[in-house]
Write a protein that binds this ligand. Structure first.
Ligand SMILES: C[S@@+](CC[C@H](N)C(=O)[O-])C[C@H]1O[C@@H](n2cnc3c(N)ncnc32)[C@H](O)[C@@H]1O
Length: 316
C-alpha cells in the first residue's frame, strides 16, 4: 500500500493524473492524500502534481495505534539515520512515538537521528480518524521552474506551463505523444523528458524551429517535427495532447470555429486511445465535440487569468 500527497491547489486534476498513470480503480482519497493498494514503480516518478509518495508500513485506528507501533520491527526499515514527522497529531504524541521508534531500533543497532536529511524518513499521518505509519519512498524534485516558457532558449508566450503539460501527458498515458498544434514544443518537451516518443505538427515553420531549438536544448532525442496542417492529418494519431490556438479576439471567429470543427473531425477519424484537448472557455466546446461524434470522458478548468480559463477536455 502507498500513500501519495498531492497538490492542494489543483486537486481534481492531481487525482485524475494519479488514477490515469497508475491505472487505479480502488483507492481512498481524502483532502490532498490518496491511498492505494499498489506497489511503488518507476512510473510514479513521472507524476507532476504529486509531492511525495510513502510506503504504508501499517495502518491502525487511533486506539490501537501505539500497540502496533510497539510491535513493528523498525530496525528492518532503518538505514543510516532516521527522522519522525507527524501530520495532524499533537506534538506530545510525536515525541512519544519518536521514543518508541528509537528504542525499537536500539534493540538491534545504534540509531542516529537526523531531522534534516535522514535516510529513513518516517511519517505518521492521521487522516480521517485513521493512522498511517509510513516512510518516504520518493519526493518530487522536478525542476519545473527552469523549464517555464520564458526560461527556454526559444521562448514563446503561448507555450504551456511545464507542470500542466506533464500532467496532461500522464493522463493520456501512451508511449507515443502527438501534439498536432505543437507551437514552441511545451508539451513535447515534457513527454520527451519522460522518455516517450514525441511527434509535433504545426502550420508555422517559425514555430517548428522554436520547438526544435527547445527540444535539442533539453537533449531530447526521440522526436519528429513536421510542417503539417492539423486539420488535414490523414493517418492514425496516437496519444494526442494539445492546446488549441486561441486567436487574439475574445470572441470565437468563424475561422477559429472551422479550425476546431475540422480538427475534431480528424480526431474522430484517426485518434488512437484517449486524447486531451485544451479549449478556451469562451468557445462552446461541448456543442463542437458533440457534433463531431466524439465523447467527453471528463473535463477540468484551469484558470489562466481574469479573461481566460482553459478547459481541459478528456476525449475518448
Ligand atoms: C497555443 S499554440 C501551442 C502551444 C504548445 N502546446 C506549447 O506548449 O508550446 C498553438 C499553435 O497552433 C499552430 N496552428 C494554428 N493553426 C494550425 C493548423 N491548422 N495546423 C497546425 N498547427 C496550427 C500555431 O502556429 C501555434 O503554434
Amino acid at each position: 500500500m502507498i500513500l501519495l500527497r498531492f497538490s492542494k491547489e489543483i486537486r481534481v486534476l492531481s487525482i485524475y493524473e494519479i488514477e490515469s498513470l497508475l491505472n487505479l480503480n480502488t483507492h481512498f482519497v481524502f483532502d490532498n492524500f490518496l491511498i492505494a493498494k499498489t506497489n511503488f514503480n518507476d512510473k510514479i516518478k513521472r507524476l507532476a502534481y504529486t509531492k511525495e509518495v510513502y510506503k504504508v508500513i501499517f495502518e491502525a485506528n487511533e486506539n490501537n495505534f501505539e500497540k502496533k507501533l510497539n510491535q513493528f520491527n523498525f530496525a528492518k526499515i532503518y538505514k543510516k539515520s532516521f527522522s519522525l514527522k507527524t501530520h495532524n497529531i499533537e506534538k506530545d504524541f510525536e515525541k512519544k512515538y519518536a521514543n518508541i521508534i528509537y528504542n525499537k531500533i536500539k534493540n538491534k543497532q545504534n540509531p542516529k537521528v537526523d531531522l534534516r536529511n535522514a535516510e529513513t524518513k518516517i511519517v505518521i499521518f492521521k487522516i480521517k480518524n485513521k493512522m498511517f505509519c509510513c516512510f518516504l519512498l520518493w519526493e518530487n524534485k522536478e525542476d519545473f521552474e527552469s523549464r517555464k516558457p520564458h526560461n527556454r532558449p526559444s521562448p514563446h508566450p503561448t507555450s504551456m506551463n511545464p507542470k500542466l503539460a506533464r500532467c496532461l501527458v500522464n493522463i493520456v498515458n501512451s508511449k507515443t505523444i502527438t501534439d498536432p498544434f505543437c507551437g514552441s514544443g511545451g508539451i513535447l518537451i515534457e513527454a520527451g523528458l519522460m522518455g516517450l516518443k514525441t511527434i509535433g505538427y504545426d502550420i508555422d515553420k517559425a514555430m517548428l524551429n522554436r520547438a526544435k531549438k527547445n527540444l535539442d536544448f533539453y537533449k531530447i532525442k526521440n522526436y519528429q517535427l513536421k510542417l503539417q496542417d492539423a486539420t488535414k492529418i490523414n493517418k492514425k494519431i496516437r496519444g494526442v495532447v494539445t492546446d488549441l490556438p486561441y486567436g487574439k479576439s475574445s470572441k470565437l471567429t468563424e475561422e477559429l470555429g472551422n479550425l476546431y470543427k475540422n480538427f475534431l473531425k480528424v480526431l474522430k477519424k484517426h485518434k488512437k486511445g484517449r486524447a486531451v484537448v485544451c479549449f478556451p472557455d469562451f468557445v462552446d466546446y461541448k456543442k463542437l465535440i458533440k457534433k463531431s461524434g466524439l465523447k467527453i470522458e471528463k473535463e477540468f478548468s484551469y484558470y489562466l487569468h481574469k479573461s481566460l480559463t482553459k478547459k481541459i477536455i478528456i476525449i475518448h
